[in-house]
Write a protein that binds this ligand. Sequence first.
Ligand SMILES: C[S@@+](CC[C@H](N)C(=O)[O-])C[C@H]1O[C@@H](n2cnc3c(N)ncnc32)[C@H](O)[C@@H]1O
Length: 267
Amino acid sequence: MKRRATCQAREAPPGGRGAGRDRVAALVADPGLPLDRRAEEIRRMFAGVAGRYDLLNRLLSASLDRVWRRRAAEALDLPPGARVLDLCSGTGDQAVALRRRGARVVAADFCLPMLARSRGKFARQAPPRPRAFAADALRLPWRGASFDGAVVSFGLRNVADLDRALAELARVLRPGGRLAVLEFALPRRQPLRSLYLFYFRLLLPAIGRWVSRHGSAYTYLPASVSDFPQRETFLERLGAAGFDRSSWRDLSGGILCLYLARRRPEP
Ligand SMILES: C[S@@+](CC[C@H](N)C(=O)[O-])C[C@H]1O[C@@H](n2cnc3c(N)ncnc32)[C@H](O)[C@@H]1O
């Protein structure tokens, strides 16, 4: 699926006084970037940044990413020994946070270079260690009702078909099973919103490009966040996919949201 966000940046005046300032303002308002969510493109993009993904997470979030993943694991609120799926598991940090809460974790991602980075982390955990599987969120290789809980951190924004991924999550969760989704959002309040947009759409892509040496992955990030359904809109998608008792909570001033939901019990 290839989409192009509205391209206000290209409408900035080409020269003259204030042109630079207008261009920056236009970029902050809307980066106007191509958004390519075809599976092959996504896989290739994450393969390209896998080696520096953890470093960039720490750098770009000032190490808050660890706190956020811990919050998601806590919010699931499942008893020790619960079977939990970490979908779009990447380099495994969310799976480790879940394991530390006592869960039996299955980590799944379709990008092998990202999964490979989780192997060493999983080997250092107390048994039962998280297990990593290559799997596509749109066609999960597990029978229905296989898990007590599931977490997706910073993953759903990247899948080619959000509703299908949510339906797959609902299928593999047992009725009454719990889902936690951690995803970036845009702060609702000023002046944080404007400050954040400046950082997120201008500074972050520049730092990301420099450290990852990947041309587009960190410009894709703000574009994909702007394009993702946020807060109430995302809850509606959860409801349509078979979840109830859903809620959202802003973290860190609303630069990300923690969504919680329950797999609707059978009637
Ligand atoms: C931004 S990373 C998040 C990784 C990890 N959850 C974290 O908290 O750091 C997104 C991950 O989603 C994975 N992904 C995207 N689409 C996927 C799909 N259809 N099936 C499985 N994994 C997918 C990518 O390979 C990538 O590792």
